[in-house]
Design a protein around this ligand. Structure first.
Ligand code: PLP
Length: 371
């Protein structure tokens, strides 16, 4: 049997396959809101909120990675909000991660609870044993951000199915190159493409993907009426990032593993979390369901002051929030109210050479001195 190229190669050649002689190789930014429409509508483009060729090309590219229909949004939160608006009705119950991205819980508590939706939380590490009875939707984020706990997606999916709930997986920290929640039984996968997918810290965007056509029709319909449309310029930037996704993700992951190993053996570091470390509490499950372990390492220094010194002493760390970009960045997550200790640092690896990052971390720790 003839073997097929990987989704990464398919993505890179996707546009070229539909070109005619004289067509541009790179993706044109179709900036028109309005398209010629004489006579009756016939399915062709007519208005930007309903469809745009640049945006649709990028949806098809991500669709190759997800192996599922994909709808783009102008941020990760817009993608999450679209799923909640599409699925949830008054009287529904949601079970959501207690330790994943905090704005997901804020969105539910501030805008859905007042409209009659009940919200329960569960730590990521306990999701596979959670009580899901009566739930309409279960949302996981694995590895969780910033604690890097992992749940067994297939086990959670089985449990959600038995309870009659839809399973939504936020795959932002992993990307489809490292983990495929839809193959493991999730009904919907969504991501902040703002992070590794676009990858250059210059565009907010997100997507929802599912193999359930009726659900995706509802998500697309909600986007058309709600109006959360990604601009063709931003879609182009995402496309540009996707073309180097595999190279960036593999270097960032390699950097994370190298730094996690270095930090684990340093006497000033109290603890390290990285699902790729064989002794990490998440490793066994992560190794079963992930191809690689992502760009984020979390670790703990003595206190907030020491942690801030590490960040400011380190010449190869940008003190910033977010992750998935080309520059390594870090922050004390306690500043956002995450349930972590004062000295807890989320370090998001970029694509610098690994040896430079280790040298820079070593220098920063040396400057702090013994703690
Ligand atoms: N999901 C995760 C795991 C995130 O870390 C973030 C943002 O940090 C989001 C969703 C939201 O994405 P955006 O900032 O693009 O709205």
């Amino acid at each position: 049997m003839t073997k097929k190229p990987s989704a990464v190669s398919e993505l890179l050649h996707h546009r070229a396959r539909s070109l005619s002689k004289g067509d541009p190789i790179s993706l044109p930014i179709m900036a028109s809101t309005t398209f010629l429409l004489p006579g009756d509508p016939d399915g062709s483009h007519f208005y930007g909120r309903n469809g745009n060729p640049t945006v649709e090309t990028v949806e098809a590219e991500i669709g190759l990675l997800e192996n599922a229909e994909t709808v783009l949004f102008p941020s990760g939160m817009a993608a999450i909000a679209a799923v909640f608006h599409t699925v949830l009705r008054p009287g529904d119950k949601v079970l959501v991660h207690a330790d994943g991205y905090y704005n997901v819980r804020a969105l539910l508590n501030e805008y859905f609870v007042p409209r009659g939706v009940a919200v329960e939380t569960c730590p990521t590490a306990d999701m596979a044993e959670a009580d899901m009875s009566g739930c309409r939707l279960v949302m996981i984020e694995t590895p969780s951000n910033p604690g890097l706990d992992v749940c067994d997606i297939a086990a959670v999916a089985d449990r959600a199915k038995s309870a009659g709930a839809l399973l939504v997986a936020d795959n932002t920290t992993a990307t489809p190159l490292c983990q495929q929640p839809l193959d493991l039984g999730a009904d919907i996968v969504l991501m902040a493409d703002t992070k590794a997918m676009a990858g250059h810290s210059d565009v907010l965007c997100g997507h929802v993907a599912s193999r359930d056509t009726s659900l995706m029709n509802q998500v697309r319909g909600y986007r058309r009426l709600g109006g959360a449309i990604v601009s063709p310029f931003d879609a182009y930037l995402l496309h540009r990032g996707l073309e180097t996704l595999e190279l960036r993700v593999s270097r960032a992951n390699q950097n994370a593993l190298t730094l996690a190993n270095f930090l684990s053996s340093h006497p000033s570091v109290q603890s390290v979390r990285y699902p790729g470390l064989p002794r990490d509490a998440s490793h066994a499950v992560a190794a079963r369901q992930m191809r690689d372990f992502g760009p984020i390492v979390s670790f703990t220094l003595k206190d907030r002051e020491t942690a801030e010194k590490f960040i400011s002493n380190n010449a190869l760390i940008v003190p910033a929030t977010s992750f998935g970009g080309v520059h390594t960045s870090a922050e004390c997550r306690v500043r956002w109210g995450d349930q972590v200790t004062d000295g807890f640092i989320r370090l998001a690896c970029g694509i610098e050479p690994s040896e430079d990052l280790v040298m820079s971390a070593e220098n920063a720790l040396r400057e702090i001195g013994p703690v």
